[in-house]
Design a protein around this ligand. Structure first.
Ligand SMILES: C[S@@+](CC[C@H](N)C(=O)[O-])C[C@H]1O[C@@H](n2cnc3c(N)ncnc32)[C@H](O)[C@@H]1O
Length: 363
């Protein structure tokens, strides 16, 4: 082989390598979910980091996004909140933009600049949808919000980081971080007011799923000895449901157990143990405690996941914290304790409920 042919061979190989790299780069830009094949994974250790990975993967799925977009109560709430609160000229961060829908609403409402942030590959679709819909003043930032850097402060932080159990999508740390770094003094977090509820319930008779040891007569078969095998894990005791046929009524008058304003809250201000009472106003079998949330923008603009609210936003689930069945009558008093290690992780929640007989209370 002559020297010039070695040269020709080297040039040809390097050209092919360069073209292949270009092709691969373009392909990765179109298929960002494949990036993991080429980059070493980050060292994920803490529960927060693990959750971050779960969240990133979950929201890359189109079904997760379409469930949210199809939830009319949710979409109407956000559309109206943006219409009422975002002013012409506002500079806005949309934390967790997903398909970019809230950023698009803000842009259409007259926001001057929107920074739309998402760590999931869904953001590639958001960019495309914005371009197709003629939205030009939205900058898409494909990073986790903790890695967002801007050289200006903003008037509004817009977000939908609401988990089934309110705090389980890391709303508080994510919003507080952006608030402390980028929100102008007097700026707006939308939405900012949240309530968490934990209400004793009676289930509908045909939908009740008692503990196995409470089944004493399945066509003459008694399971009560199974109580010896009562599981310890919280997963077993906390049922997740979207099914509205399960809850018959609240036994007491619902009151929030936690009220949060994201303008002022810090993670450490959330109490880890809450004890509260409910007077029974609807008699029945105490089956468990239902967890749900409300988000409020104005008195007449509220988003709810209550299983008994006909206007509940349907895509949110609610959780039932199971209790041993107890027949309670009007006037009885219930004292409930909910203790958590981490509000973001329902597996760390523990609960109990004592019931006092109305007649004994009168003595
Ligand atoms: C509940 S979805 C809301 C999507 C969109 N805003 C909407 O209302 O349809 C939350 C989105 O936030 C993204 N996300 C969650 N935490 C994030 C974070 N800390 N930084 C960037 N994106 C985040 C998820 O990938 C997901 O797309």
């Amino acid at each position: 082989m002559s020297f010039s042919s070695i040269q020709r061979f080297t040039v040809s190989v390097s050209q092919r390598v360069r073209r292949s790299c270009e092709f691969l780069g373009k392909w990765l830009a179109r298929n960002p979910q494949r990036k993991a094949w080429f980059y070493a994974p980050e060292n994920i250790t803490t529960p927060a980091e693990k959750y971050r990975q779960v969240n990133e993967d979950y929201f890359a799925d189109l079904h997760a996004q379409e469930r949210m977009l199809a939830d009319h109560q949710r979409m109407d709430f956000y559309h109206e909140a943006i219409r009422r609160k975002i002013k012409a000229g506002d500079r806005v961060i949309d934390l967790g933009t997903g398909t970019g829908i809230l950023a698009a609403f803000a842009s259409r409402q007259g926001a001057e600049q929107v920074y739309a942030v998402d760590h999931s590959s869904i953001i590639e679709h958001a960019k495309m949808l914005a371009a197709e819909n003629g939205i030009e003043n939205v900058d898409f930032e494909d990073v986790h919000s903790s890695k967002l850097y801007l050289d200006e402060e903003v008037d509004v932080i817009l977000h939908e980081q609401i988990g089934d159990f309110l705090f389980d999508e890391a709303m508080v740390p994510n919003v507080c971080d952006l608030r402390d770094r980028f929100l102008k003094p007097g700026g707006l977090i939308l939405p900012s007011q949240f309530e968490l509820f934990c209400e004793p319930i009676t289930m509908n008779d045909d939908r009740r799923e008692p503990y196995i040891w409470e089944l004493t007569d399945v066509h003459g078969f008694d399971f009560s000895s199974m109580e010896e095998s009562r599981p310890e894990n919280a997963e077993y005791h906390g049922l997740v449901s979207c099914d509205l046929g399960v809850v018959k009524h609240f036994m007491g008058k619902p009151e929030p157990i936690i009220e949060v304003d994201l303008h002022t809250i810090t993670e450490s201000t959330l109490p880890l143990t809450i004890t509260f009472k409910r007077k029974v106003i609807n008699a029945g079998i105490l089956d468990g405690l239902v967890i749900y949330m409300k988000a409020k923008v104005d008195e007449d603009l509220v988003l709810s996941s209550s299983p008994l609210d006909p206007k509940r936003a349907p895509h949110w689930g609610y959780r039932i914290l199971r209790l041993d069945q107890h027949e309670a009558k009007v006037g009885d008093e219930m004292e409930i304790t909910l203790a958590v290690k981490d509000w973001a992780d329902p597996e760390t929640w523990r609960w109990s409920c004592g019931v006092w007989d109305a007649e004994q209370l009168e003595e």
